[in-house]
Write a protein that binds this ligand. Structure first.
Ligand code: ADP
Ligand code: MG
Length: 342
């Protein structure tokens, strides 16, 4: 009899990770938390060490026809820093591993490293090693980041409580619309190379796609305000996906208010231009790298005047489900589209 073959797409990315997780046992006494959060947590006395890695693959995660290598280098570091920040940690060091083909010149790699080093300088972290191999499938950039936090300050995904307030930083959907715009201009260029790209007045959404920032500033501000979130995750795959992760990990439900969801004017206008529902872009557009976190209600006073943090909803019992209340007062269950890689 033929052996059973399960396609990866049947499980999806998260199903596959769940399966791997269910088979993994931790052996070392200092491994506090392994698979299942933005970064792994390793015991270091009063402190913990945080470790995360993220890989960017050409033509899956980036398109070099409109992504300058300097921005790509910056982004590859920023997305790793974002995962350390999502644990309420301060990043310290990174390693950078590259898969390269002969399509790339030394000058091209130097440009990539300019971006990497710019990010290192901005986030005050050090590049301390890596690996270099050849690749037949385009450019591969794999970065690992180390970070640090006090044991009492680490924020997991699984520790939100009923009635905690759900908060997000910044605004959402911009990076996705930046991508739509860059893809459209690429198609226009391919059909007529004499055409100039039409990106005027779109600087914000383009920058959100090409040069995202990890919200390290917010981590320092929360410390100054004396707030330790009860749970936190960064928004890499879209708000819907991350809210569902937080709820599932914490064994809870939630309600989100559409009228509270933060969107930039340019993002909103660009969504309409593309005949896209702004709400869909907020919920399912990825790569904003903002933070989603929960706080105790009594902490609301401390951050209610913060210009860049918005309360968008409330944690509920699991039996309530995870729902969005629209501006019209209707309610619908939140679904994640996320990114389909397989
Ligand atoms: P994020 O979007 O925050 O980077 P992911 O969804 O990529 O997180 O990963 C979720 C969790 O699964 C993390 O703990 C990550 O380390 C783990 N993980 C992802 N891929 C693998 C893998 N191939 N083997 C083991 N653990 C993995
Ligand atoms: Mg993450």
């Amino acid at each position: 009899m033929a052996e059973k073959r399960t396609e990866i797409r049947e499980l999806g990315e998260f199903g596959l990770i769940e399966k791997i997780k269910s088979r993994v046992k931790l052996h070392h006494p200092r491994s506090i938390y392994g698979i299942g959060d933005d970064a792994a947590v390793i015991d270091d006395g009063e402190e913990v060490i945080l470790l995360t890695s993220d890989m960017l693959n050409e033509s899956v995660h980036f398109d070099l026809s409109y992504t300058p290598l300097i921005h790509l280098g910056y982004k590859a570091v920023a997305v790793n820093v974002s995962d350390i920040v999502a644990m309420n940690g301060i990043p310290g060091q990174i390693t950078v591993s590259l898969g390269l083909s002969n399509r790339f010149s030394v000058e091209a790699i130097e440009e990539l490293y300019q971006g990497i080093q710019l990010a290192c300088a901005n986030y005050k972290i050090d590049l301390i090693g890596g690996d270099t191999t050849s690749s037949r499938a385009g450019l591969i950039i794999s970065i690992s980041a180390l970070g640090f936090a006090k044991k009492t300050e680490v924020c997991y995904r699984h520790t939100a409580k009923v009635n905690d307030l759900l908060c997000v930083t910044g605004d959402l959907g911009g990076a996705y619309l930046g991508l739509q715009l860059l893809e459209r201009e690429k198609q226009v260029y391919l059909s007529n190379p004499a055409m100039q790209p039409e990106l005027e007045g779109k600087d914000y959404v383009v920058q959100r796609q090409l040069k995202p920032e990890a919200r390290m500033d917010v981590i320092y501000e929360l410390r100054e305000l004396g707030i330790v979130p009860t749970a936190m995750i960064d928004i890499s795959d879209g708000l819907a996906s991350e809210v569902l992760h937080l709820c599932k990990s914490s064994g809870l439900g939630a309600v989100i208010m559409e009228d509270k969801l933060p969107i930039d004017e340019q993002t909103y206008a660009t969504a309409l231009e593309f005949n896209l529902e702004p709400l869909t872009c907020i919920l399912n557009g990825g790569e904003d790298y903002e933070l989603l976190f929960t706080i105790k209600q009594e902490d609301l006073n401390k951050l209610k005047n913060h210009p860049d943090i918005t309360v968008i909803g409330l944690m509920k019992e699991a039996s309530a489900g995870v729902n969005v209340v629209t501006k019209a007062g209707n309610s619908f269950p939140l679904k994640a589209q996320g990114w389909v890689h397989f």
